[in-house]
Design a protein around this ligand. Structure first.
Ligand code: SF4
Length: 194
């Protein structure tokens, strides 16, 4: 018997749909059971938010408490009512508390370790920003290529790379792309794409 591509797809769809319906109406099937709601560890008037890390868009609850008139984050956990993650969190999402400005382990000062040195020195932000700008410009100027081996105009540097991370928001990614492309950077990536 001849089976056209259309007939094959129709038959496959009916087969898959039949299996799905059978499972949905079978009381012993996992598909037929309601998703259990996970109990929250604390329920203190949390605010809902979305994980900043990737495009899965998992939902989280952020709880704060008032410390000397300031809202301080003390708990972040998966939102059991969110349709995507239903209270769950992967390792990255579960560590979101570390991004909070209240994280006591977060560095708040510039620390610099000179080449070959074993100790860190405390520096101010003006010094650090000047250093980054100076080294970026010097590296770019020393490595700039205007034409490739075939004489094509390329205007690029192959000595600098930019790797974005999930903690960057859309606007920061946009600004970084603009800055690095203007410098001639061609190795421009984001860890979510690797
Ligand atoms: S919790 Fe994990 S899977 Fe969900 S959005 Fe965040 S990083 Fe992605």
């Amino acid at each position: 018997m001849e089976l056209s591509r259309r007939d094959f797809l129709k038959a496959s769809g009916v087969g898959i749909g039949g299996v799905f319906l059978f499972n949905a109406f079978n009381p012993d099937s996992v598909l037929a059971k309601p998703v259990a709601t996970l109990p929250l560890k604390k329920r203190v008037g949390e605010k809902v938010t979305i994980c900043p890390y990737d495009a899965s868009g998992c939902g989280f609850l952020v709880a704060t408490e008032n410390v000397n008139g300031r809202a301080v984050v003390f708990n972040i956990e998966g939102d059991p009512d969110h349709p995507i993650n239903r209270g769950a969190a992967c390792a990255k999402g579960a560590s979101m508390r570390q991004l909070s400005a209240d994280n006591p382990w977060r560095l708040s000062k510039v620390l610099y370790r000179a080449p070959g040195a074993s100790d860190w020195e405390e520096k101010d932000w003006d010094w650090a920003i000047e250093q980054v700008a100076r080294r970026l410009k010097d590296t770019r100027d020393a490595s700039f290529i205007t034409r490739d081996d075939n004489g094509n105009v390329v205007n690029r540097t192959e000595a600098i790379a930019n790797l974005g991370g999930s903690a960057l928001d859309n606007e920061e990614c946009y600004l970084l792309s603009k800055l690095t492309r203007a410098l001639g950077v061609v190795y421009l990536e984001h860890h979510a794409r690797i």
